[in-house]
Design a protein around this ligand. Sequence first.
Ligand code: SF4
Length: 351
Amino acid sequence: MSEPILIVENLKKYYILRGSLLQVLGLRPPIYVRAVDGISFTVNRGEIFCLAGESGCGKTTTGKVIVRLLEPTSGKMLYKPSPDARRVLEKYGYKQEYVDLAMEYPKEVDKALRREIQMVFQDPFGSLNPRMKIKDILEEPLLIHNIGRDPTERLEHVMKALEEVKLTPPQEFIDRYPHMLSGGQRQRVAIARALILRPSLIVADEPVSMLDVSIRAEILQLMLEIRKTRNISYVFITHDLAIAANICDRIAVMYLGKIVEMGETAKVVDNPLHPYTRALMQAVPEPDPRNRLKLRKLDIKGEVPSAINIPPGCRFHPRCPFAMDVCRREEPPLVEVEPGHYVACWLYAKK
Ligand code: SF4
């Protein structure tokens, strides 16, 4: 097992909802939206770690907190910097092996850490500036991080990045605008923009969900190749367990801001234990009926509740066909039920 590059400990992200005048004036306690409610996981170097779940489960918020587009409410995100970032950190007296991304750092350190962790967004059209040529889109991060001595050297970096994402010959693409590319080509540019800074960790938020099915496999294959050549780690965010099963090494299934099941992909996919994961797996279309999971069909009721009104006890209990009294009272802990396979459910935890 390779070393952990990111250790997330009890991460929380709450939003304050200011509904009434009394709350705005501070005369009533604020209402919190508990988007991410105390999750812990580790991402190893070169690993593809998946955060899976339905819309509103907190997976995208987690990704944004890791790349520091959002500030966490509490918790730790311990990150092992690359030698380049370590040199900058040591200049400012940070000598520890892991640095907490949830803390504030001097500007230069902050910039070095931001360079190490990049994000690829779901919508490649929305994430690329439509007024900029591909060459300029890819040169922008180089300018921000002072990479390349002159325009010629920066152009070399741009050409190499385009070649790496298989937009070849790169001369054909550098002067185009995003609207002159197909969806798949735009997502390749978005990946090239993340790669050009040589990150150690990429947070990919539903990177193929807006692409045609025929293009999805190509982009996923590209991500796997990049992982192999660069030993990059990914936090791969998806609602689609079929995709997660094909690309990820480990999966964490989230429900209403919590991880309910986590483990190696083969274990979670072939032997899902949490009733919610079982329901998700049963919803995955299987072209060959002989390969269907041999699980009893679960009757999951209703919709995901609001993150403002999280049910007490196990937050899945209003929908769970196995709900017991204890489920309505106490939140189940995430326990290891077999080596490396964790489940938060009273069916497996000791009361
Ligand atoms: Fe269902 Fe209870 Fe397990 Fe929650 S803890 S998933 S309600 S059995």
